[in-house]
Design a protein around this ligand. Structure first.
Ligand SMILES: Nc1ncnc2c1ncn2[C@@H]1O[C@H](COP(=O)(O)OP(=O)(O)OP(=O)(O)O)[C@@H](O)[C@H]1O
Ligand SMILES: [Mg+2]
Length: 468
């Protein structure tokens, strides 16, 4: 997968217009993303938000000096490289600047070629540092940052998609019922890849106050409305260079859908009360638990926006369609909510958990486990510790396999998962007796043996699998 944002970001800070133009032009010909500021104050207030790789700083700036700006850049963005531009006879201060952490200095007036060579040299160094960092992060984040648990083929597909998307600017739409882990996946897309150290901004479109939505998203200028005493940066600008996660996108009112569409098309925002646009580059990850198709049909969601957001879509299946993940999730939540304790879960409890339909998906399972922990004795979780709702479900029929519920699920659950699950459950039911299990499953002993081998189920292992 290509890293589309491999372009170097250059910020030029000089009060002289001609110098800024010159530097911007040279940066442009090198393929850099260039921005400018005419003072240190502007650079600090706006320019640094895009986390530039290189900043060219004029040593003599009107108010705040170039040296002070250098100091502040280095403390805010340690990996940003700064080049000091000096006038005649200020070599001594340039040397001072080097001591403060400037990468190099260049004396005015300089030739285009001189600047170009210097930028090239810096670029090489920056790329090397970046590559190493990305590698390091990949190892770290894969291990711990997002912690998406599950081994079912369904979850593996989701993980594969994350792997393909993590380093791209491609807009992603994450779909899934409530509690399936949409936010977790959005974070994984961001933190597993090259964006990890850039901003990740979450916007809950369902929770935004309608009247403030636009200014929240795009910012406002001083005096834009009563109470706007200062201008304020919007969420899109805060996410510049990184990912904006638009949760519950289906809740966005039509009017703002149009504005969002424009941002995605033009890659520019316009703060409320302003008449100039600000360019922003953000990756948009949106999530919805609603059926957007219905919203498209009844006209409450714009089609053009939908196609923009849904360039790639990641569907997270409901938990009931990947029941084989349940035991692992249970143990993950035991770790999360009772760290350092060793708590057993009885086979009967696991069975109950695997039977439940989990309309609230993983979140409901997590709540159920934390409730069981709160009420239980912290040694063992048994049927009696689980919510009555779960227990009653199982009281009804004497296990018929597969149950109708699982027939439905079969259309979507990978057959292998379902088969393995079914065999495990039957086996448990008959206490590991292969003959009885074969009978119940309606398959010959030979077939049963083959399947046991294939799924690596051993009668002895079964107990372990369901209790540990
Ligand atoms: N595969 C998973 N592994 C571990 N934890 C998970 C997994 N999926 C979900 N969770 C946990 O379940 C809870 C709900 O997940 P999340 O908030 O991402 O769901 P959601 O789809 O955004 O839900 P909603 O639609 O209600 O906003 C979180 O605590 C999350 O950590
Ligand atoms: Mg969510």
């Amino acid at each position: 997968m290509t890293v589309e944002d491999s372009r170097i970001r250059l910020l030029v800070v000089d009060d002289e217009y001609t110098i800024r133009r010159l530097c911007m032009t040279v940066g442009g010909t090198l393929g850099y993303v260039c921005s400018e500021a005419e003072s240190a104050e502007t650079a600090l207030a706006q320019g640094l938000a895009s986390a530039p790789d290189i900043v060219l700083v004029d040593l003599r700036l009107p108010k705040l000096s170039g040296a002070e700006l250098l100091r502040q850049i280095k403390s805010r963005l340690p990996s940003t490289e700064v080049v000091i531009m000096t006038g005649h006879g200020s070599i001594a201060s340039a040397v001072e600047a080097m001591k403060l952490g400037a990468y190099d200095y260049i004396q005015k007036p300089f030739r285009v070629e001189e600047l170009r060579l210097l930028l090239r040299r810096m670029e090489e160094k920056i790329r090397l540092v970046q590559e190493n960092r990305v590698l390091r992060e990949r190892v770290e984040t894969d291990q711990q940052l997002d912690g998406i648990i599950g081994e079912s083929s369904k979850i593996r597909e989701v993980l594969q998609m994350i792997g393909r998307l993590k380093d791209t600017w491609t807009p992603v739409l994450i779909r899934g019922e409530s509690g399936t882990g949409k936010e977790l996946v959005a974070r994984a897309i961001h933190y597993r890849g090259a964006f990890a150290k850039r901003p990740f901004v979450t916007v809950d479109c369902g929770a935004l106050v309608p009247t403030l939505m636009e200014s929240d998203l795009f910012g406002y200028t001083k005096g834009a409305f009563t109470g706007a005493a200062k201008s304020k940066m919007g969420l899109f600008q805060a996410a510049d260079g990184g990912t904006i996660f638009l949760d519950e996108i289906g809740e966005l009112p039509l009017e703002l859908q149009a504005k969002l569409l424009r941002v995605l098309q033009e890659k520019e925002i316009r703060p409320v009360g302003s008449n100039t646009n600000i360019s922003v580059q953000v990756r948009v990850v949106a999530a919805t638990n609603r059926d957007l198709n219905a919203a498209l049909r009844d006209g409450t969601f714009r089609k053009d926006l939908y196609y923009r957001l849904n360039v790639v879509s990641v569907f997270i299946p409901p938990l009931r369609e990947r029941r084989s993940d349940i035991p692992m999730l249970v143990h993950c939540f035991l770790d999360r909510h009772a760290e350092g304790e060793t708590i057993e879960v009885t086979p009967a409890a696991i069975k109950l958990l695997m039977h439940h339909d989990w309309p609230g998906n993983v979140r409901e399972l997590e709540n159920c486990i934390s409730r069981a922990l709160a009420l239980g004795d912290h040694r063992c979780i048994d049927e009696s510790d689980l919510a009555p709702a779960l227990r009653n479900e199982n009281d009804a029929p004497n296990v018929q396999l597969p149950t109708p519920m699982e027939d439905d699920a079969a259309s979507t659950v990978a057959l292998d998962d379902l088969e393995r699950l079914t065999i495990q459950r039957v086996f448990e039911k008959v206490g590991g007796n292969k003959e009885k299990a074969g009978e119940l499953l309606g398959i010959s002993r030979a077939t049963l043996y083959r399947k046991l081998k294939r799924y690596q189920i051993a009668a002895s292992q079964l107990k372990e699998e369901t209790t540990s």
